[in-house]
Design a protein around this ligand. Structure first.
Ligand code: CA
Length: 208
């Protein structure tokens, strides 16, 4: 069998193809790297939001002192995560629940905003594990200027969960303390993930 050596034109075609391939690699590699880094960045951002939340934003309740009528055990029933009143205002809603009371008549959770605040919106996020609406309804939202006298601003008769938070529009109502309270006549448990308060703190001594 006679083997023919590649012609000069064949070498030229191969050279041109190789040059084109190299140019394509140069063009594609940065794009591919950009896609990979973007995907990695998106994953890290999602992980950050999951673990640490969005942060305060203009949520004036973020990190403020929280009191509760009483407290359940350090690790609530059916929850793998420890609970603590401070977690009601930590910006996170991914645990089964972050605060819980023991069963009692009219359990409550109170947030001290530390100064009078013109409040636009309050978002109350319920538990995400199960059982929202079980022994915790109806629930009311109250404001107070001093932590002792309260004015009821809204009532919720339907279950609230992490997927169906309770959003209350207060249209600039003024309060220093925000309280969430179950008003059932029967013993109840208050189990929540988060309370966010969006509004504008007022200067000390300013009129309502
Ligand atoms: Ca929380």
């Amino acid at each position: 069998m006679i083997m023919h050596a590649p012609s000069k034109s064949t070498f030229e075609v191969r050279r041109l193809l190789e040059a084109a391939r190299q140019r394509a690699l140069v063009a594609v590699t940065p794009a591919a790297a950009l896609v990979r880094w973007s995907a990695l960045l998106a994953t890290l951002c999602a992980l950050w939001v999951t673990l640490f939340g969005f942060g305060a934003g203009n949520n004036v309740a973020f990190g403020k002192p929280v009191k509760m009528s009483n407290r359940c055990d350090e690790r609530g029933e059916h929850s793998w995560a420890p609970v603590h009143p401070s977690r009601l205002v930590d910006g996170k809603t991914w645990r089964p629940y972050d605060v819980c009371t023991a069963k009692m008549i009219e359990p409550w959770a109170l947030i001290n905003l530390k100064q009078n605040t013109r409040i636009d919106t309050v978002i109350v996020t319920g538990r995400r594990d199960c059982c929202s609406g079980y022994q915790d309804l109806p629930v009311v939202l109250e404001l107070s200027p001093d932590g002792s006298t309260f004015e009821r601003k809204a009532q919720r008769d339907l279950p609230l969960s992490d997927r169906d938070p309770w959003r209350v529009e207060l249209n600039g109502a003024v309060g220093k303390f925000v309280r969430v309270r179950v008003v059932s006549k029967d013993p109840a448990e208050l189990m929540l993930n988060e309370v966010e308060v969006f509004g504008t703190p007022m200067p000390e001594g300013s009129a309502r």
